[in-house]
Design a protein around this ligand. Structure first.
Ligand SMILES: Cc1cc2nc3c(=O)[nH]c(=O)nc-3n(C[C@H](O)[C@H](O)[C@H](O)COP(=O)(O)O)c2cc1C
Length: 309
């Protein structure tokens, strides 16, 4: 829309043309959606989580629908960082998309090696670190549950790359404030939240868990109010920019996160039900700005009016 400024600067050199990204794991490597929409119109494509070696993920059933979302236990299936760089990245770049590489590892060394390989390639604008991965050396305790481990991961990635770093938080971290302080002191440029919320479903006929892994991660509209509350709280104490997500299906949902303090947002589950839904979210946000006479999206970030006491 004419005259509106929707650009968002997340970190030095990492500028989005609009605040709407597509979330990791819900948009493949971007190319799967290229026949359905112009992916260069998105703020950024956050690609499926990449590890050092390819992974097959968990056996089925690994995704189920719930009344207002879905529970997934995909298990971080991916083609591995090297094939991504060779077979996917050049094509996504040719299509004009801004690419954020989401990464994970089972050890600190794996995180830092994946980051190093990505930063040697041209075309990645930022790295998003998924710390919701089990740390094999600490008996499977997830990095995102423990501020000291999260700090180590971010420090190691910081040393291996000059690219801007976004750290993606787990919603079930026992102390989010300590977590934010840890990753900030380790040099993260931004924080994104939330990842999926641990959840479960049971088949009562067979009295068995529905998912092969028993539990999985809940996403979609069911988690939006929880995600919004967490984003609002984290934005209240974070020193770095916050990127919000969790159940965003409309422009108004996205605006709630921006008003709560997020400088940008990601849409995930929406992509699975409406492949070009993220573009509708952008249009709806622009229509709101137009109607309210807001010229720059930055005016809205953290603009929540608190009730007088
Ligand atoms: C099928 C599926 C796969 C996902 N895979 C990843 C992943 O590889 N890495 C990651 O950081 N988050 C992953 N996520 C989490 C999403 O990026 C997002 O944080 C979460 O779904 C909440 O947003 P939503 O409610 O809009 O989907 C995945 C989510 C879904 C539904």
């Amino acid at each position: 829309m004419e005259g509106l400024n929707t650009t968002v600067q997340i970190a030095g050199g990492f500028v989005l043309k609009n605040p709407v990204m597509v979330a990791s794991g819900t948009f493949g490597y971007g190319l799967e959606f290229a026949g359905l929409m112009d992916i260069s119109l998105l703020g950024a494509v956050v690609v499926k989580g990449l590890s050092l070696r390819p992974r097959e993920g968990n056996p089925p059933p690994r995704i189920i629908e719930t009344p207002a979302g879905l529970i997934n236990a995909i298990g971080l299936q991916n083609i591995g960082v090297e094939r991504f760089l060779k077979d996917k990245l050049p094509e996504i770049k040719r299509l004009g998309a801004t690419v954020v590489a989401n990464i994970f590892g089972e050890s600190i060394d794996e995180y830092s090696e994946v980051a190093r390989l990505l930063s040697g390639a041209e075309g990645v604008s930022a790295i998003e670190i998924n710390i919701s991965c089990p740390n094999v050396k600490k008996g499977g305790l997830r990095f995102g549950q423990d501020p000291a481990s999260a700090r180590e991961v971010v420090e190691a990635v910081r040393k291996s790359t000059e690219l801007p770093i976004i750290t993606k938080l787990s919603p079930d971290a026992p102390d989010l404030k300590a977590m934010v302080e840890a990753v900030e002191s380790a040099g993260t440029d931004a924080i994104s939240l939330i990842n999926t919320i641990p959840a479960m479903a049971i088949d009562v006929e067979r009295r068995r868990p529905v998912l092969s892994t028993m539990t999985g991660g809940l996403s979609g509209p069911a988690i939006k109010p929880i995600a919004l509350r967490l984003v609002w709280q984290v934005a209240g104490f974070a020193k770095v920019p916050v990127i919000g997500m969790g159940g965003i299906m409309t422009g108004r949902d996205a605006l709630e996160f921006i008003i709560a303090g997020a400088c940008a947002i990601q849409v995930g589950t929406l992509n699975l039900v409406e492949p070009d839904g993220a573009l509708r979210v952008i249009r709806e946000m622009e229509a709101y700005m137009h109607k309210k006479g807001i010229r720059s999206i930055g005016e809205l970030t953290g603009s929540l009016v608190l009730p007088e006491r």
